[in-house]
Design a protein around this ligand. Structure first.
Ligand SMILES: NC(=O)c1ccc[n+]([C@@H]2O[C@H](COP(=O)([O-])OP(=O)(O)OC[C@H]3O[C@@H](n4cnc5c(N)ncnc54)[C@H](OP(=O)(O)O)[C@@H]3O)[C@@H](O)[C@H]2O)c1
Length: 245
């Protein structure tokens, strides 16, 4: 798919990786970009910088009514970027309650699924288009310190494989993106080397352009992906060793 001239919608576009997606789409020559955020006031500055191409949309991906309204308003979308996500739960065992784990599933799995179900007919009407799901390398191997987040991203990884098969018949390409630590608010407490958010957006758009299905945009993601291919059990054990005492 040619990203230049496409009409895209980016969830969680007000900051972090979502904002980097908007900037990368602008650079790539997208015709129109729907910038979705829970609070549209958080998009004012971004949209004011390119008002002919950027359109703000109020969208909480856990709100079915807002999702339906977005699909009705953005009926010309050919590229859906499912970026919005949360990390709340911490450890599977040590977290004080299941509240964080449930919220992560609601947003990262059910929210992404609801968006794809709502936009599948829009993409079909436009000839197929593409979907990008921003997942995580921690969805392929559990990181114990964020075990419930890993589980929600594993569910979203499985959903990515499932909808790829479901939507192949209508010509919709589905790209899964599996970043390691990225320098955004979400990872502010992570003490590891972090890649800039633009790395994720640019690698994902390149994949949309050349038909790559799985994207490992930064050094840590690429290293873990290679480790999983060579020796999945040893890689899982090494990552498990990162558990807090
Ligand atoms: N940073 C990392 O190290 C890293 C690594 C791998 C994967 N990821 C994934 O990358 C994606 C973007 O994360 P980020 O690093 O850019 O984090 P971030 O800076 O915390 O941004 C998260 C974005 O998602 C939005 N969001 C959260 N819940 C939402 C909901 N229910 N409906 C709509 N929007 C919602 C937030 O909106 P508000 O401003 O309203 O809160 C914000 O725009 C997430 O899916 C995350 O899991 C991040």
């Amino acid at each position: 798919m040619d990203v230049s001239g496409c009409t895209a919608l980016v969830t969680g576009s007000n900051r972090g990786i979502g904002k980097a997606f908007v900037e990368a789409l602008q650079k790539a020559g997208a015709r129109r970009i729907y910038c979705a955020a829970r609070k549209t006031s958080s998009l004012d500055e971004l949209v004011a910088g390119d008002p002919d191409r950027l359109v703000a949309i109020a969208l909480d991906i856990t709100n079915d009514e807002q999702i339906a309204a977005a699909a009705a308003q953005a009926g010309d979308v050919s590229l859906l970027i499912n970026n919005a996500g949360i990390a709340r739960g911490g450890s599977l065992i040590k977290a004080k309650s299941l509240d964080g784990a449930r919220a992560e599933m609601d947003t990262n799995y059910f929210g992404t699924l609801a968006m794809i179900r709502a936009f599948a007919p829009v993409l079909a009407a436009g000839g197929g288009g593409a979907i990008v799901n921003v997942l995580s390398i921690s969805g392929l191997v559990s990181f114990p310190m964020i075990g419930s987040y890993s589980a929600s991203k594993a569910a979203a990884h499985s959903l990515t494989q499932g909808v790829r098969a479901d939507l192949a018949g209508q010509g919709t390409a589905v790209v899964g993106v599996y970043p390691g630590p990225i320098d955004t608010d979400m990872a502010e407490d992570v003490e590891m080397d972090k890649a800039p958010p633009s790395t994720v957006a640019e690698a994902a758009l390149a994949a949309v352009g050349d038909g790559t299905q799985d994207v490992f945009p930064d050094a840590m993601a690429a290293q873990i992906s290679a480790g999983l291919q060579q020796n999945a059990r040893a890689t899982a054990k090494r990552v498990a060793g990162m558990a807090p005492s």
